[in-house]
Design a protein around this ligand. Structure first.
Ligand code: PEP
Length: 249
């Protein structure tokens, strides 16, 4: 049985005051017993959030990590530092990082390995653009994004990671993949993982991201191969995010 997981990606939003108010409301509204919940705030707020969730069941995640272990990389944050701050999860390969910051498959694989070495669970984001979907390239794109990491780090390192399927055309656009569209890609991912290792295939949590809201979460999360969600916009409001998490309770 895979334990569901719901991850909040706050992107570049928040302030100390807003974060405090969010947590006050969220912690009273959420039932964190039946799924893993992760909050990924912007880097400067990791310590603030860590201190507020320390005695709760909520986990801390980062939105990014440097692909190098340490040294002269101005402005970057290493996996060791994230572990030191109490991060248990870290997003890598988010489409905003691939497209706006030109992240390559190679740098994503390097980040993946550094996270594993520091006992941080990588959440590998993959997904196709609208054009790729219209060209019927969805599976090919998504599976090759996953394979580039597996080939670089090895299947044994892939165990216990999380995959987030996030169609680029649905992120922040209000356009959600239908439960059937999402399930079909999740199943293709799981079947593909089987060709590498059947235990990894059945144990890997594959979450859906892309305009998930309280109104569509239940239908998406009830699909057999959707093990939770990666939530952007709707994770900024404590009540909405709690409602999405509570769908699984
Ligand atoms: C995201 O950025 O990972 C995301 C899923 O955003 P949204 O929920 O706003 O589409």
């Amino acid at each position: 049985m895979r334990r569901p997981i719901i991850i909040a990606n706050w992107k570049m939003n928040g302030s100390r005051e807003k974060n405090t108010s969010f947590l006050e409301h969220f912690l009273t509204a959420v039932n964190a017993e039946t799924c893993d919940i992760v909050i990924c705030p912007p880097l400067p707020y990791l310590s603030q959030i860590q201190q507020s969730i320390e005695i709760t069941a909520i986990n801390l995640g980062s939105q990014n990590v440097c692909q190098y272990p340490e040294g002269a990389y101005t402005g970057e944050t290493s996996a060791t530092m994230l572990a030191d701050l109490g991060c248990q999860y870290c997003l890598i390969g988010h489409s905003e990082r691939r497209l706006i910051f030109n992240e390559s498959d190679k740098s994503i694989a390097d980040k993946f390995l550094l996270l594993k070495k520091n006992n941080i669970t990588p959440v590998l984001c993959v997904g196709e653009t609208l054009q790729q979907r219209e060209n019927n390239e969805t599976e090919q794109v998504v599976l090759s994004q996953i394979d580039s990491v597996i080939h670089s780090v090895g299947i044994n390192n892939f165990i216990d990671s999380v995959i987030a399927y996030e169609p680029v055309w649905s992120i922040g656009t209000g356009l959600t993949a239908t439960p059937e569209q999402a399930q079909s890609v999740h199943l293709a991912i799981r079947n593909h993982l089987k060709t590498h290792n059947s235990q990894t295939a059945s144990g890997t949590r594959i979450v859906y991201g892309g305009s998930v809201k309280p109104e569509n979460a239940a239908d998406l999360f009830s699909q057999p191969d959707i093990d939770g969600g990666l939530i952007g916009g709707a994770s900024l409001k404590a009540e909405s995010f709690a409602e999405i998490c509570n769908v699984l309770s």
